[in-house]
Design a protein around this ligand. Sequence first.
Ligand code: KG4
Ligand code: ZN
Length: 367
Amino acid sequence: MLLAIETSCDETAVAICDPAALRVESPSHSDFLKADLIASQLQLHARYGGVVPELAAREHLNTLPLLVEEALQVARLSADDISAVAVTRGPGLGGCLMVGVSYAKAFAWARRIPLLMLHHMEGHLFAAELGQATADARVSPLVYPSLALLVSGGHTLLVELSEFRKYRIVAQTRDDAAGEAFDKIATILGLPYPGGPALSRVAESGDPHAYEFPIGVRQDPEAWSFSGLKTAVARVAKGIADRNDTVTANLAASAQDAIVNALVLKTMAGVSRTQPMQLLLTGGVAANSRLRQVLERELAMKNVVLRVPALRWCTDNAAMIAMLGARVMEHSSASLATQGVAAAHLPPDPGYGPLTRWSLENLEGPT
Ligand code: KG4
Ligand code: ZN
C-alpha cells in the first residue's frame, strides 16, 4: 500500500492506493484507490483574496497528521500496512512543501520504507490516468506521444510527453498563469474569490464579442502573456461610467474568450508541431466549460482525443501523486533512486529537501 501526500499550495491532500491493483489491465478505481481525501483551505484564504503562504503552511501542519489518520480509517488499514510513501517535493510554496516532505520523510524513516519525492506537475499529468470519478470508471494508462495543457492558478504549460517520464515544455507563460488572469480580472470586475469560477459563471450571460481584448505575444507559438489583458480590462472597465450587470457580463465574457482563445491558439500550434495522439487538459482552469468546448471542437478536426480528468483530480489532490508513485514503482522496482525519486536513507538524507522551483524537463533536480 502506498501513502501519498500533497501539500504544495492550499490543499492538504492524502491518498492511499494499492499499486498491485495495476497488474490487471484497466483496474477499477475501487481496486486501486483506497482513500482520497482533500482538506481545502479555501475559506481560510478567501478574506485575503489569495493564498497567504505562512497561514497555508501552518494549516498543513495542523491538518496533515489528522488527514493521514482519517485516510487509514477510510482504507481500513493501519500505518503498518503502508509499504511506501510518495510526496510532492515541488514546485510550490516552500513552507507548505516543507510540511509534507518532513512528514513523509519521518513516516518513511520510522518504518524503513521507500520514499518517492515527486514533481507536482508530473502528478497533474498522471491524474489523466484516473479519468472520470464514476462508479464504473477504470484506471487507464497514458498513451505516447501526448501533449498536455496544464492550466492552474500557478502554471500555464504545454508539455510534450514523448515516453514514460520524458517531458519537453512546448509553451509556457511569460508572466501571469491563466488561472491567475481569471482571478485578477474577476477582482477588477468586483467578483468574489476565487475569481475563475465566478467570472465564468457571469460570462455565461455576456456577449464575448462586446469588447475586443488582445491576445498577448500572438506571434510566438511557445509563449503566453496575460498581464496585458488584465491591464486592458482594467482600462476599459474604468472608462465605463454606468457599470450594470450586463456590462459586467459582457466584460467577463470578452475577457474569458481572450484567455480561452490564447490558450487554444498556442495549444493547436503545439498539436501541429508534435502530432500527439491525445491532449490532456488538467489544472483548475480545466473546469472552464468554454475552454473545454473550444478545445474539443478544434481537436476533433485534427483527430486528437481530448482527455480531461474528473474535476476533483484536475485541481490539487493526492490521488494524482499516488497514481504517479504507483507507476514509478512499477517501472523501477530494481532501484527507486532514479529520476525524480529518492530512496529513504537512514538517517534521511538532508539533500532531498523541497524544491520550490523545479522544471519538468529535469526530474533529477538540481545537482
Ligand atoms: O489547480 P488549482 O485548483 O490550484 C492551483 O492553482 O494549483 O487551480 C485554481 C485556479 C484558480 O486560478 C481558479 O480561478 C481557476 O483555477 N479556475 C477557473 C475555473 N475554476 C477554477 N478558471 C476559469 N474557469 C473556471 N470555471
Ligand atoms: Zn497544482
